[in-house]
Every structure is written in C-alpha cells, then in structure tokens.
Design a protein around this ligand. Structure first.
Ligand code: AMP
Length: 347
C-alpha cells in the first residue's frame, strides 16, 4: 500500500484540485455536484461511453481521459492535472487491489476500501461498532433458523441463497468461501452519511461531525416483486440482484438511532484504521419490533445517492442550495483546500 506521506506530498503540490472518477455508477452526480461548485472535472472513460454525457450536458465532465480498461488508471496524467479521485462502487470493483498503490490522492481513506473488500474484515468492523448484527454461523452444522448464504465474489447480492437447515445447506451450497448469516425479516433502510473531520455543524462525532444526506432501499430482483410471481404460480426461487434504488423517509423518531449508527460506524473506523472522511452508507434492516440490524457498510459513495441528485428530504434541512452527495463532496474539497487541510480528507 502506498504510504500516506507520499499522498500528502502529492496533494500539497496541488494548486486547484480537479475532481476525477470513472464514468460509471454515480459519476453523473459527482460531476454535476462538482460543476455546481465550479470545480473542474475529469471523466476516466472507455471509448464510446462519452455519448452518455452528451445526453446529460450538465453532468458532462470538462475533460475525458480515454482508457482501454478501467483497471488502467492514468496515474501521472491525473496527478499532473491536480486530480483527486472520488472512489465509487464501480471504481472499487474495476481497480480491486490496484487501488491500494495508486499514486493519486483518493477522497477518504483507502484503508477503508480494504476493510470493505473482505467480508470478514467488514464484519469485524461492524462488530466493533457495538450495533446489533445478524448472527453469523461459522459452522453451518449449527444452522438453527433461516439463513442467507453470501458468496465471496457476488456482486450486489446476485446469487445469494436462502436455506433453512444444515441438510438444505449441504444440498445447495458447494462453495467453501461463504458467509452464512441469519436472515432478518423486516424493512431495509440504507442511510447515506457524510463524515467531515473539518465541519463541526452536523451530528457530533469524536473528531468532527456526520451529516445524514438521504436514505434509500434497493429494488432487488426478484425479491421485491416476488408476491406477483407467487400469485401467478411462476415462482422459482428468491434472488437479491440489485436493479435500482428508491427513496425512503424514515419515521422521524428513528432519526436519533440512525445518527447513532452513523456515529458508531465512523468512530469504529477511527479506532480500527484511522477514520472514513467523506461519504459512507450502512445497510440495515428494521424488524417489526423496531430493532435495527446492521449487516454491511460501504465506505464510499453508494448508487442509492443517485436518487437525490438535486436534494433529499434531509438535505433541504441542512442547506439552502440544492445539495446532493456529489455536491457535498465538492464543497468538502473546496473547504479543505481553503483551510490548507486537503491531507486530512484524502489518502
Ligand atoms: P449485501 O451483499 O450484504 O449488500 O446484501 C444484498 C441484499 O441481500 C441486501 O440488500 C438484502 O436485500 C439481502 N440481505 C443481505 N443480508 C441479509 C440478512 N442478513 N437478512 C435479510 N436480507 C439480507
């Protein structure tokens, strides 16, 4: 992993930071937010994909750098242009371990992406928060209730299966590297947070504050419309492949607990690997008894924030100007630049 001091050295030479990311996932929102804040933008793009941005001119990056493959990030060109990379889900997916050594400043803490990448490390992080989590079965022989079996390379829940006993597990699962987790019956809520070590005006956490910019839930195929298939007698088996996101507004009485969830995730990150400046998301399920289970963290911007490209039902209470997560990122970079503290929000 590249040394933090090396990234500090690079970023200390920046005159005017430019926002760069791979043209996918939440890039329209990231470019749009940066443009609203008058920051220059670079899209790392495959030939042909730029047409999408012609169709959305207000979110078109000022410049494209074309690559043959998203795993080949043009490092020196980005640094020469004073770029700060905004990592999103596709960025992390395409670059994988290569991201650890990229000699370009990345918004946030690249250590967190390592913790996000490994299911075991991620669960360790969640356990360190002290939040309620689904029971994990390290020995499938002890399965005593409905569980969800998560495969290691699965993208967005694709291929997960549900089993009810060890016998069913043996029948249906032949992979070794899986996580077996208690299936929680309830409503999924995925809050989007922004942690700033520079800003003191949000919900206080040990070294700064967090803001709640929105909440979504994913629409997963076929889990979210399975009732139709059951009625039509066309039911095969439940699946969790993410296909879209929809907005949620939580009961106001839940906000206290959700701020605490964000705070605990952020403070555990401080303790384990030096914090998570910038956006992050926590996946939770609320049961009928109003118990909240936390089962996953995304240590970066999530696609669920795309619903709120202008404002969210929460950001309107924080900002007079329209505020998306993309714009919040740009504001943080500008504030850090002004205070000469860019090194506190990148690695
Ligand atoms: P994940 O890969 O952990 O984000 O999970 C993908 C999807 O699987 C989630 O969005 C949920 O719909 C479902 N899921 C994951 N874990 C659980 C769980 N412990 N209980 C119920 N559903 C789950």
């Amino acid at each position: 992993m590249i040394e933090k001091s090396k990234i500090n050295e690079i970023v200390s030479s920046y005159k005017k930071p430019v926002i760069a990311t791979i043209c996918s996932h939440s890039s329209l929102q990231i470019f749009h937010g940066a443009k609203q804040e008058k920051l220059k933008t670079i899209g790392i793009c495959l030939q042909g994909k730029e047409k999408i941005y012609d169709a959305f001119p207000l979110a078109k990056p000022d410049e494209f750098i074309f690559v043959d493959s998203y795993s080949n990030i043009p490092v020196s060109e980005l640094v020469s242009k004073n770029a700060i990379i905004i990592p999103h889900g596709s960025f992390v997916e395409y670059t994988r371990e290569k991201i650890d050594d990229l000699a370009v400043p990345i918004l946030g803490n690249r250590n967190s992406l390592i913790w996000e990448r490994s299911r075991e490390k991620m669960f360790n992080w969640i356990c360190n928060t002290g939040l309620k989590t689904p029971k994990v079965y390290s020995d499938p022989k002890t399965i005593d209730r409905t569980v969800i079996v998560k495969f290691s390379g699965a993208k967005g829940g694709a291929g997960y299966i549900i089993v009810n006993s060890y016998e069913e597990y043996v029948q249906k699962v032949d992979e070794k590297k899986v996580m077996v987790q208690e299936f929680i019956d309830g409503i999924r809520a995925y809050p989007h947070y922004f942690y700033s070590p520079l800003n003191k005006t949000g919900y206080p956490v040990s070294n700064g504050s967090i803001e709640l910019l929105g909440v979504d839930r994913r629409i997963e195929s076929n889990a979210d419309e399975i009732g139709r298939a059951i009625y039509a007698n066309a039911y095969t088996k439940i699946g969790f492949t993410v296909v879209a996101n929809e907005p949620l507004v939580l009961r106001e009485s839940l906000l206290c607990e959700y701020f605490e969830i964000g705070k605990k995730v952020s403070e555990a990150a401080d303790k384990l690997f030096g914090g998570i400046p910038g956006p992050f998301c926590v996946e939770t399920i609320i049961t009928q008894n109003m118990e909240i289970y936390t089962f996953e963290i995304s240590a970066r911007i999530v696609a669920g924030t795309n619903i709120f490209a202008n404002s969210s039902p929460y950001s309107v209470f924080m900002s007079k100007k329209p505020l998306s997560m993309g714009r919040r990122i740009a504001i943080e970079i500008k504030n850090a630049m002004k205070a000469n503290k860019l090194n506190e929000i990148v690695y």
